[in-house]
Design a protein around this ligand. Structure first.
Ligand code: FAD
Length: 287
């Protein structure tokens, strides 16, 4: 996950500046007339028209549309009393744990030229590493001169138990295996491990039905729109496309509701503190 959106040399779905690049970029790159704000949401309550969103720490937002851009298990919890059907569908999407092992070596330690993006392992069960990215080949600044860096992925749907290994065991396992694949001599000069309790969502049997249920949330609860890597693909490029479609859907919805004919039919509720027309709250933890 890396590379600036406008960086021509970056492979699709990556950003040299890290994942925050996308968050910062998206703040600027939304449909005209919309404002994007980040908050940690704790509870969503549907109103006669719109929603009340309880945020942390201790605030509420009244808004006419909510875009949920969270992981499926979070969506399941937040939607439990808002749209039970969508909640159940989101809750049925599994995201097995994954471990990321980031290793650095002196260039001279590695026989392989690292002249590619990385590799994916086959499913024959002979490897613990499911995939590796040659970070220092892909991006500048990922290793000092004379060194290389490699990110390896362990666990996931194939080997969830491996993702729970203690950091030192996981790093050792990955280094040993990588040494055989890439011809590495000696210990890494840098070793970092990150455990993710939930990794990539799985598009298992029944996913299409679940996705249809999730995408029709707006029909059951007007103004409720979902986006994220559990709908149309897990890559960052897929997520950006899904997010843009969600923002456009919300924009259309708000415009429709602002038309006089719609207002005549359904007088707009305007509770204290409600959003201004055309405003969307995209609620993100820690922003
Ligand atoms: C280890 C790993 C490596 C990957 N590498 C690549 C890669 O190289 N290239 C690529 O294209 N894709 C990669 N992917 C896939 C891609 O990064 C993800 O699918 C994508 O980032 C998911 O985006 P998202 O917006 O759906 O979810 P997330 O990025 O998970 O965003 C969900 C957000 O919701 C927030 N949140 C949670 N609870 C709340 C709450 N109550 N209130 C408010 N906010 C909340 C979370 O903090 C988080 O910021 C990788 C995935 C993994 C797991």
């Amino acid at each position: 996950m890396a590379g600036r959106h406008r960086h021509a040399a970056a492979p699709a779905g990556t950003a040299p500046g890290g994942a925050d690049t996308y968050r910062n970029h998206r703040q600027e790159d939304h449909p005209p007339g919309l404002r994007v704000r980040g908050r940690n949401r704790k509870r969503i309550t549907p109103l006669a028209s719109g929603f009340e969103v309880e945020t942390a720490p201790g605030g509420t937002i009244r808004t006419r549309s909510v875009i949920l851009a969270v992981q499926p298990h979070v969506a399941a919890a937040l939607l439990e009393h808002v749209d039970p059907e969508a909640s159940e569908a989101a809750g049925g999407i599994l995201a097995p744990p994954i471990g990321v092992v980031y290793l650095g070596y002196r260039r001279a330690q590695v026989a392989h030229p690292l002249d590619g993006l990385g590799f994916l392992s086959t499913r024959d069960g002979s490897r613990s590493i499911s995939g590796a990215q040659f970070c220092s080949t892909m991006f500048e600044g990922r290793a000092p001169a004379g060194h290389v860096s490699i990110s390896c992925y362990v666990g996931g749907a194939r080997n969830p138990e491996l993702a729970r290994l203690p950091a030192s065991d996981m790093a050792h396992l990955v280094h040993e295996e990588l040494s055989g694949v890439l011809g590495i001599k000696g210990a890494p000069v840098v070793s970092r491990v990150r455990h993710w309790a939930r990794g990539l969502p799985q598009y298992n049997l029944g996913h299409l039905e679940r996705r249809n249920t999730l995408e029709s949330a707006n029909d059951r609860v007007p103004g409720l729109i979902l986006t994220g890597n559990y709908l149309h693909g897990v890559s960052i490029a897929n997520c950006l496309a899904s997010a843009r479609a969600a923002a456009e859907k919300a924009h259309r919805l708000l415009q429709e509701r602002d038309t006089p004919s719609h207002q005549d039919a359904r007088p707009a509720q305007k509770p204290a503190g409600s959003s201004r027309p055309g405003q969307i709250h995209r609620l993100l933890r820690g922003t």
